[in-house]
Design a protein around this ligand. Structure first.
Ligand code: SAH
Length: 250
C-alpha cells in the first residue's frame, strides 16, 4: 500500500495539533488512516543549552526572529526521519505560512491534495530569518491579508481544505465539485427543512423536482452572487481565464 497523504508541520507548539483537525470530517479520516499528520517541535533542533530558537532582528526593531540555522536543522531532521521510515516523497511541497506569501486559492489546495502532502513551516514572533527561505526552497503561502500571531492556525486552514478533498473523506465523491470557487463562482444559496422559516419559504423551484430548472436557477444565483460580492472572480471568469492559478514548487 502506498503511504497516505501526509502533512508534516514544523512548529514551536506541536501540542496545538491535531486540535480542530482531530474532530469531524478531518478527524474521522485521520483516525481511519486516510491521511497522516506529523507535528514536529522546531525547538528539538535548537543547539544551545537554553534551547533558544529565536534572536533579536539584525538592524534593530521590535520582536524576535526565528533563527535560520535552527529552522534549517528542523527541516533536515524531518527529511531524515522520513528517509529512515522510507517514507519520503520525492517532490514534496515545502511551504512557509507567511502574510507575505502568495494568497492561497482553491486551485492550489487541489494541487496540494493531489500530491503526497506538504511540509509546512509555521512562523512565530516577527517571522523567520530570510536566508532559510531560499536555502530550503520554502514557498511562502498566505491565508489572507491580516496578521496572525503564528502560522499554526494558517497551516490548519490549509490542511483542512486539502483533507476534505482526499479520496474517501467526503461522503459523496462529487460534493466538492459544485461548491464555491470550483467553477470560478461562489456557491448558490442552500436550503433545508423546515419548508417555512420565520415567514420565509424555500424558493419554490427547489421543490419542483425539475432537475434542469433547479440547475439553471442555481447557476443564475451563483452568477449573481459572484458578480455582486466578488467582481474580481467574475472578471477572471469572463475573461476566459481561470481564477489566479498558483503552482506548487516541489
Ligand atoms: N512580522 C511579520 C508577521 C509575523 S506574524 C510581517 O509583518 O509580515 C507571525 C507568523 O504568523 C508568521 O511568521 C506566519 O508564519 C504566521 N502568519 C501570520 N499571518 C499569516 C497569514 N495571513 N497567512 C499565513 N501565515 C501567517
Amino acid at each position: 500500500m502506498t503511504s497516505p497523504w501526509r502533512a508534516t508541520v514544523l512548529t514551536l507548539f506541536p501540542e496545538m495539533f491535531p486540535g480542530p483537525l482531530g474532530v469531524s470530517l478531518a478527524g474521522k479520516a485521520l483516525a481511519a488512516g486516510l491521511w497522516a499528520l506529523e507535528a514536529r517541535d522546531i525547538r528539538d533542533s535548537a543547539t544551545d543549552r537554553h534551547r533558544s530558537v529565536d534572536d533579536t532582528p539584525a538592524g534593530g526593531g521590535p520582536g524576535m526572529v526565528l533563527r535560520a540555522d535552527v529552522l534549517a536543522a528542523a527541516i533536515d531532521a524531518a527529511d531524515i526521519a522520513a528517509d529512515r521510515a522510507k517514507d519520503r516523497p520525492k517532490r514534496r511541497p515545502r511551504l512557509l505560512m507567511s502574510p507575505r506569501g502568495r494568497p492561497l486559492t482553491q486551485s492550489q489546495i487541489m494541487e496540494l491534495a493531489a500530491g503526497p502532502g506538504p511540509l509546512i513551516v509555521c512562523g512565530r514572533f516577527e517571522g523567520v530569518d530570510q536566508r532559510v527561505i531560499a536555502a530550503r526552497g520554502l514557498e511562502e503561502v498566505s491565508i489572507g491579508d491580516y496578521v496572525l500571531s503564528g502560522g499554526e492556525i494558517a497551516a490548519m486552514a490549509l490542511i483542512d481544505a486539502c483533507v476534505r478533498l482526499l479520496p474517501g473523506v467526503m461522503g459523496q465523491p462529487d460534493s466538492g465539485s459544485e461548491e464555491s470557487f470550483s467553477e470560478g463562482l461562489l456557491e448558490y444559496p442552500q436550503y433545508t427543512r423546515p419548508q417555512e422559516f420565520e415567514g420565509q419559504p424555500i424558493p419554490e423551484i427547489l421543490l419542483s423536482g425539475d432537475h434542469a430548472k433547479v440547475a439553471a436557477w442555481r447557476l443564475a444565483e451563483a452568477e449573481a452572487l459572484t458578480k455582486a460580492r466578488r467582481p474580481d472572480l467574475w472578471a477572471a471568469k469572463n475573461s476566459g481565464q481561470k481564477p489566479p492559478k498558483t503552482t506548487t514548487k516541489g
